[in-house]
Design a protein around this ligand. Structure first.
Ligand SMILES: CC1=C(/C=C/C(C)=C/C=C/C(C)=C/C=C/C=C(C)/C=C/C=O)C(C)(C)CCC1
Ligand SMILES: [Fe+2]
Length: 562
């Protein structure tokens, strides 16, 4: 296998080089349808321990509200889009319904939950400082907690009362940048990039729990029980890079990641063994179009292949350097450059297919698998994703001002389960079509999960957020049946549910034998972990927080004693 890592840290002095280059109704499932922040509240002794059914209730979180001076007009904002009220909380949750007794472990959710620093309010959902939410289930009881991740970016913002690192769209004002980071040169080395790990959370094969974002330095090990920020997750290899796919593929034995190369447009595919911090170079894909690689927030794998997407929404050097956000933030839409799907053999690192596909916009791949003929030969790769009809305006919809100002108008752009078929017979063209009628899930589609036993293999069910219109954000939970091409939907008026995360029942045989867990920010300002029976998609229980939580992104499951 070729061992030529392309991503020396100097090669990804990206910025420098690129600057030159250029209630009840709806609870049923249905077919169709400048100062320091508030001080941490002490935790109730014993509330963390879950050896016995929790008996001690921590005092409810006092509503220590961060009140930014610069606010969007209208105070009738949903709790989903308000900054988390205090740095941390923990306590026993009131359970309504019956939690399955087999549900024994911790659900963790990460996301940008704090959008204010001092009196300054952030503009984009993705800018917020990472807030981890935990719900630990045992013997039909639930203990909940939330806590801010103590990234350097978060700590600096609290200390200085201003943004000190380059976030998704926010950048430090020159004075604070100079005073905190010290020198302009840091812009060129990547040291000014954020380590705000606000996107995903994964449990590695060796048990470590890591919060992630798109910057490599924003990989942070946390303790799933205390939610303590433990350490930086540092790679011990020479692959370098400043940014990577926010979603690695993680199994009990391995970890796959994609590193975009912005100097020589392409992607490096790397693999890491469980228990190791050393990524190994597997192969490289050269981009076929455009001045820079396409944004690669996630990617899918099959049993034998890694699918490398080349989306026409591409990184943009100029925009990476800009102080003010552009309509597409750090990216640019290049439909003329073409859209491609590349397939790399996991074992050899060789690119075995590279096909042009219709333009697409996707952040989240659902799954992929190998299509075989009667003789068992692999004829094509099927890759499914949450596809935004090649419309980049979803990024604008996720601006906090837009999320906070729902007028009743149906403004959420349409999305679908986009199914790519990538032939492996040498044909130059691949297909992209909706896997089912998007009306089944209200033309909303994002934040997906599957049964992890089907990762990279044929599968039937996906769980995601869909839409009940009119809306300005995905507001339903949906179970997609890719065989019957139907969806079951959960909806509660005014609720903002996050990614429904599938947790299999131990010993399950059926693909959908388990539960789907989602954190819901309710219309009345409350919040709860919703547990749906994954088969029927009906509510089995909800575990209520004594306060509302902001919206969050991705989740993982940490089984007890693993
Ligand atoms: C891209 C660069 C940066 C940061 C990027 C970040 C933090 C990207 C985060 C992306 C996320 C959270 C995407 C989620 C999409 C969710 C959707 C579409 C949901 C739809 C509705 O359900 C910097 C590190 C700031 C700079 C370099 C480039
Ligand atoms: Fe994501």
């Amino acid at each position: 296998m070729a061992m030529s890592p392309t991503m020396s840290s100097s090669s990804l002095c990206t910025f420098a080089a690129l600057a030159g280059a250029g209630g009840r109704p709806g609870r049923q499932a249905s077919q169709k349808a400048g100062k320091k922040r508030a001080v941490a509240q002490p935790l109730a002794a014993g509330a963390v321990t879950e050896a016995a059914p929790p008996a001690v209730i921590a005092p409810p979180a006092r509503p220590v509200v961060t009140t930014p001076r610069r606010r969007d007009a209208g105070t009738d904002q949903l709790v989903a889009w308000k900054s988390v009220r205090q740095e941390r909380w923990e306590g026993v949750l009131e359970v309504e319904g019956e939690l399955p007794l087999w549900l024994d472990g911790t659900y963790l959710r990460n996301g940008p939950g704090l959008w204010d620093v001092g009196d300054y309010g952030f503009r984009h959902l993705f800018d917020g400082y990472a807030t981890l939410v935990r719900v630990s289930f045992r013997d039909g009881h639930a203990v909940g907690a939330h806590r801010q991740i103590e990234s350097e970016a978060y700590k600096a913002a609290q200390e200085h009362g201003k943004v000190c690192y380059r976030e998704f769209s926010e950048v430090p004002k020159p004075d604070s940048f100079v005073s905190f980071v010290g020198q302009m040169a840091s812009l060129f080395s990547g040291s000014s990039l954020t380590d705000n790990a606000n996107t995903g959370v994964v449990r590695l094969g060796d048990g470590r729990v890591v919060c992630l974002t798109e910057t490599i330095k924003g990989s942070i090990v946390v303790d799933p029980d205390t939610l303590d920020t433990v350490s930086k997750f540092e790679y011990e290899d020479k692959l370098g890079g400043l940014i990577h796919s926010a979603h690695p593929i993680v199994t009990d034995t391995e970890f796959w990641t994609l590193i975009p190369d912005l100097i020589r447009p392409g992607y490096v595919v790397a693999r890491m063994d469980a228990g190791s911090n050393e990524r190994k170079f597997v192969g490289r894909v050269d981009c076929r179009g455009g001045p820079a690689p396409g944004w690669v927030h996630s990617f899918p794998v099959t049993e034998n292949y890694v699918v490398v997407p080349e989306m026409p929404l591409r990184y943009c050097a100029g925009n990476l350097l800009r102080a003010e956000p552009t309509p597409l933030y750090k990216f640019q839409w290049h439909p003329e450059s073409g859209s491609y799907m590349h397939v790399m053999c996991k074992a050899s690192g060789k690119v075995v297919a590279s096909v042009e596909v219709p333009p697409f916009v996707t952040f989240h791949y659902i799954n992929a698998y190998e299509e075989k003929d009667e003789e068992g030969r692999v004829t094509a790769i099927i890759a499914d994703c949450c596809e935004h009809n090649a419309d980049t305006s979803i990024l604008d919809k996720l601006r906090l001002h837009n999320l906070r100002s729902f007028t009743g108008e149906d403004v959420l752009t349409d999305a679908r389960v986009g199914r790519f078929r990538i032939p492996l017979d040498g044909s130059p063209i691949g297909e992209l079509e909706a896997a089912l009628d998007p009306e089944e899930h209200g033309r909303g589609m994002d934040m997906c999960s599957i049964n992890p036993a089907h990762l990279g293999k044929e599968y039937r069910y996906a769980y995601a957020c869909g839409a009940e219109r009119p809306c300005n954000f995905p507001n339903t939970l949906t179970k997609i049946d890719l065989v019957e091409k139907t969806a079951k939907n959960w909806y509660e008026e005014g609720a903002v549910p996050s990614e429904p995360y599938f947790v299999p029942r131990p010993g399950a045989v059926d693909e959908d034998d388990g539960v789907a867990i989602s954190m819901v920010s309710a219309k009345d300002g409350s919040g709860y972990a919703l547990v749906l029976d994954a088969k029927t998609f009906e509510e089995v229980a909800r575990a209520k927080f004594p306060y509302g939580l902001p919206y969050g992104l991705h989740c993982c499951w940490v089984p007890r004693d693993k």
